[in-house]
Design a protein around this ligand. Structure first.
Ligand code: UDX
Length: 460
């Protein structure tokens, strides 16, 4: 058996074509995967799908969209239609792009461009890529950027419909879904829509094209999701590779450092005293919820660093819904700091951060787990509901807001998490497990070796 590191020279002749879903929470893990596989000796080509806010203009890496711009809704206001349309409209341009890429390569003078494409690695949500991969006879594996546990819930939708857990009924919200362990009906990964069947159709395609791919890469690790991973491998024969946490393969110095003001602000506070607040890159909240959060933070007496994206509060440009002088009247010098974007991974790794009020997007959840930061969970939609339930009731590294978004509960939960010993201890244990799985012989380390061998087995 040749040592994988020694095989680098052989692998250098192979190229992987990576296709992320064009959303922040999906592009980041795909970029991290690109780094990891490049370090293992593969050449990487990245296909980025560009779109405009109300029109779509696919510009792939070597060809621009040939039919002119097409309409596509804002993902933050209509994610379901964004995903549905993307998977329909992208198919032909992607096929054209790949055809060009394959013929262009033969004549390219760039040595890496001439490396044969071993396989496509597509975001699982870009399921249009399967038909195209098949038509070119290219192997396709997928990166699923969410948790294994939430995927199990998505895969169970046909059963949940049959058993009438879905569509969700008000009177069943607290009922435990026996087939899905700790989840209650209200934790199911649904989105708010007038057309649930459109959502079920999207999920059916997403699940089908994921489990019929030649392999699934997960940004997760075995110690975290061993029971869900076991269930998944029992249900589907697809090879599974839990190689996460993806962002921890990179040295912090390799990451860009914009928005440094956050770090210097954090620096002024006591260790583990600051509440970091962020709802990821697409979730939006109502003005009423925004104000409940503001007052919850104001009343909890802890310093807080709050990311409010412009447009995140529905109907507002930025902070105009806040009472005037809100930050100045908090008492203490600079107890609250509000920014439009933060270097989140560095913030969570900072020793002054003591808790994370989060929407539980999977990247945020993983990033928090890796730094041992306890969470206050305020899920907004889809897989975030499942992640929040696992954080609070399976991993026990956080508390979930159970009464909607209400200032008193936010204040109490922050105090409890900040002062509670048990949650913090659990968070330290998970942090250590997240570190160990990447070490030589650890589960993610070994899964990555298996993945490399798997890709090498494709005939090109
Ligand atoms: C979306 C979905 O909401 C999520 O549930 C799914 O699992 C992935 O896609 P998003 O809502 O943006 O993602 O949340 P999340 O998964 O947490 O990803 C956000 C990313 O942006 C994180 O990597 C986070 O570090 C980064 N971020 C966010 C910043 O760097 N700065 C910020 O201020 C906010």
């Amino acid at each position: 058996v040749m040592d994988v590191e020694k095989m680098e020279g052989i692998r250098r002749g192979r190229r992987l074509l990576l296709i992320p879903l064009p959303l922040e929470g999906h592009i980041n893990p795909m970029l991290e995967l690109a780094h990891i596989l490049h370090s293992k000796g593969f050449s990487i080509s990245f296909i980025h799908i560009q779109y405009c806010t109300n029109s779509l203009n696919f510009t792939f890496s070597i060809s621009s969209f040939p039919h002119g711009p097409l309409p596509l809704p804002q993902p933050s206001s209509d994610l379901l239609n964004f995903l549905t349309l993307l998977n329909t409209l992208a198919l032909t341009p992607f096929r054209d792009c790949l055809a060009k890429l394959l013929s262009h390569d033969a004549s390219s003078e760039d040595e890496e461009d001439q490396h044969p494409i071993s396989c496509l690695i597509s975001d699982a949500m870009c399921f249009f890529t399967q038909a195209v991969a098949t038509s070119f006879g290219l192997p396709r594996i997928v990166l699923r950027t969410g948790a294994i546990s939430s995927f199990l819930a998505f895969a169970a939708f046909p059963l949940l419909l049959q058993k009438r857990y879905l569509p969700i009924q008000e009177c069943q919200l607290e009922k435990v879904v026996e087939e899905l362990g700790p989840l209650r009906v209200k934790d199911l990964p649904v989105v708010n829509t007038n057309d649930p069947h459109k959502f079920y159709d999207l999920l059916r395609n997403f699940v089908h094209e994921t489990v019929t791919s030649l392999g699934v890469i997960w940004n997760s690790f075995e110690a975290l999701e061993s029971s869900s991973l076991a269930k998944l491998t029992h249900q589907f024969p697809t090879p599974m590779y839990a190689i996460g946490p993806l962002h921890k393969y990179l040295q912090p110095s390799q990451m860009p450092h914009p928005h440094q003001s956050c770090i210097s602000w954090l620096q002024q506070h006591a260790p583990k005293s600051v509440v970091y607040v962020s709802f990821g890159s697409i979730a939006s909240i109502s003005e009423a919820d925004f104000l409940e959060i503001a007052w919850g933070l104001a009343n909890c007496d802890h310093p807080f660093l709050w990311v409010v994206r412009p447009g995140m509060v529905r109907g507002c440009d930025w902070l105009e819904a806040l009472p005037s002088g809100f930050l100045e009247n908090l008492g203490g010098s600079g107890r609250g700091h509000i920014v439009k974007w933060a270097p989140q991974q560095q913030v969570l790794a900072h020793h002054c951060v003591g808790a994370f009020l989060t929407h539980n997007g999977w990247n945020s959840t993983m990033e928090s787990i890796c730094e041992g930061v306890p969470m206050i969970c305020m899920p907004c939609f889809a897989d975030q509901n499942v992640n929040a339930r696992y954080v609070s009731h399976v991993w026990k590294v956080g508390l979930q807001l159970e009464k909607g978004v209400e200032r008193g509960e936010i204040e109490r939960s922050i105090r409890k998490v900040m002062e509670g010993k048990e949650i913090r201890e659990r968070a330290s244990i998970l942090k250590e497990e997240a570190r160990l799985c990447l070490q030589r012989g650890g589960s993610s380390y070994s899964s990555l070796q298996r993945l490399v061998t798997h890709i090498m087995s494709f005939n090109v």
